[in-house]
Design a protein around this ligand. Sequence first.
Ligand SMILES: *Cc1c(COP(=O)(O)O)cnc(C)c1O
Length: 398
Amino acid sequence: MSDGKFDGDSAGVTALIHHGYAPPAGFAAVQPPVHKASTVIFANTQALQARQWKDKTGYTYGLHGTPTTFTLEERISTLEGGLQTLLLPSGLAAIALVDMALLRAGNEVLIPDNAYGPGKDLARGELARWGISHRFYDAMDPASLAAALTPATQLVWLEAAGSVTMEFPDLPALVRLARAHGALTALDNTWGAGIAFNPFAIQPDLGVDISVQALTKYPSGGADVLMGSVTTRDDSLHLRLKATHMRMGWGVGANDAELLLRSLPTLALRYHAHDRAARRLAEWWSQRPEVVQVLHPALSGSPGHEPWQRLCTASAGLFSVVFDERYVPAQVHAFVDALQLFKIGYSWAGPVSLVVPYDLSAMRSQPDWRGTLVRFSVGLEAVDDLIGDCEQALVSLE
Ligand SMILES: *Cc1c(COP(=O)(O)O)cnc(C)c1O
């Protein structure tokens, strides 16, 4: 990790798997147990009054943490290279927590134009109604962020790579601008998953203030759990977030936490397998005459390839292709419908490959996109079978 890159095959991965917990005497099982509670019983009134929900010195109520959720919080901190983590019922709830805890009426939040769509909708909806303004900036142009920063800017969101169009931004340049302005930075790190790069050390001396993940994606890996995390390296910032987390009552269920604890030890293996397969498939697509662009930050010629190369040691199993304009959307939809192994559905990072067509003109404030885009999430099937599936479905395009 010395050059700021997270070496997914050594220190971090081992620390995650050999993460400590104290099993009952004589029962040193590999996996930690599942503890469930709403009520936690206190020995007496003095113990009731003395115990604090703010730190982890004791348990007060199931909503404020159990041994199971504390263990998961600590493991996500290890994965992210952070010190404190909060768990939420979804990735979107994690984004909402950051906005709600750090913004108030009169503040402005800056969001990349290519950020996860529902996070933008939250800004346009509840945040606007509460007197919190927002602006979208072009994450691929640091001058666009510089121009958007005002005295009202309290929080700058970052996302790497961008949703659907997969541009990898110059994170150090963006973080430096926000920091020089005195604004907090929050990264949606779902794509990197704590494997592709270390959000708190994108350079040896530079990191984001907050890293958010949809644990729903790679950390779960099963397409069957919804959960989010908010990780920090600063106690007072963590406590601001935790106070809102507490007041909103956003706890997570122990069984869901258990599924995450079960999946985390294989996270790095799965991430690299998705990465390898996605790169092979993306390279196959880049030879196809039907598409004009393949959007994958590890492919030279893709937007953000240079910062990706500088900052990352791996890439998620996601990429998009833009079909030639000679194909109308109905033809592209016929191709998508003809796919057999790629299933049509939202989310990503599970075992089953997924595909979604997108109309970008409805998603970007400055659309200069031509042609229909299709986003692929590569699962864990044999990559030759996935290539064969794309090849047979292309017949339906004509
Ligand atoms: C899926 C996703 C989210 C939201 O996660 P949910 O658990 O589905 O709410 C947030 N950000 C990114 C980048 C995502 O891909």
